[in-house]
Design a protein around this ligand. Structure first.
Ligand code: ATP
Length: 250
């Protein structure tokens, strides 16, 4: 299968701080890739760099065969790159419908098409249809998460990047979101790149795993590779042990 996203020797960070170092990987079309790693490994920074929200220091990022270097975030979005950030970028004072329309308006100026995109969103998460006139700030945490994901999807991205989509969700809603991710891949042929702390959920969903530690890619391979769980855990425990040593020493 062709690669939709390709990173070559990517480095990025904040100010003088380099966080992501020399990271190279590719993401196959219509696959689910999870990006794992301990707290502070640089996972969010890496997604933000792909989305164009953090400057690329070194290396290159190609999406659908096109070099993204220098393209602003909205141009990347227009090319089919969707991103839902962990802190749920919804407009809390607007209704559910207005939030979704915000994504759909940028995509289509035709009212009928916009209505179809909204209907698709409500079919994915029926609760959003029930609450379409409700102010988004009054939705539960899980419903806000569904809305944030739906806002990215309404723009019809070919690559959907989700930052911790399961964080803070009740178990029943976790299942809904997992099913949605599976359908996005299998029925809609979309490609997903997901940052997730819940390793079990991530491995259950993924075709491929990327493991980041202190800004470097330390492992990449299929999610069903024998021993993948212990590879992931040893990176996490290694980080915990290193943190513990640091705090004992100080
Ligand atoms: P977590 O799993 O805890 O969300 P992460 O792997 O997503 O972590 P990042 O959020 O990318 O990691 O953070 C990586 C490092 O970059 C951390 O040390 C963090 O303190 C630092 N960092 C994040 N945002 C900024 C910022 N705006 N300015 C300076 N440093 C930052």
């Amino acid at each position: 299968m062709a690669d939709l996203l390709e990173l070559q020797s990517v480095s990025s960070g904040y100010g003088d701080l380099t966080i992501v170092r020399d990271v190279s990987f590719s993401v196959a079309e219509s696959s689910v890739t999870v990006l794992l790693g301990p707290n502070g490994a640089g996972k969010t920074t890496l997604l933000r760099t792909i989305a164009g929200l953090n400057p690329l220091r070194h290396g290159s990022i190609a999406f659908a065969g096109r070099d993204l270097g220098g393209l602003r975030p909205h141009r990347r979005q227009a090319l089919g790159l969707g991103f839902t950030q962990e802190n749920k970028r919804i407009f809390k004072k607007l209704t559910v419908e207005q939030n979704l329309l915000f994504g759909a308006v940028r995509l289509s100026s035709r009212k009928r098409e916009r209505q179809e995109l909204l209907a698709e969103a409500y079919a994915r998460f029926p609760i959003l249809g029930d609450k379409r006139k409700q102010t988004a700030g009054y939705l539960s945490g899980g419903q806000q998460q569904m809305l944030a994901i739906s806002m990215a999807l309404v723009a019809q991205p070919s690559l959907v990047m989700l930052d911790e989509p399961f964080s803070g969700l009740a178990p029943s809603i976790v299942n809904d979101v997992m099913e949605t991710v599976r359908r996005l891949r299998s029925e809609e042929g979309r490609t997903l790149l997901i940052v997730e702390q819940a390793v079990d959920l991530a491995l259950a969903l993924a075709d491929s795993v990327l493991l980041l530690d202190v800004g470097r890619l330390v492992h990449q391979g299929p999610a069903d590779e024998p021993g993948i769980r212990s590879i992931v855990e040893s990176t996490y425990f290694g980080a915990h042990a290193a943190n513990a040593r640091r705090s004992t020493a100080s």
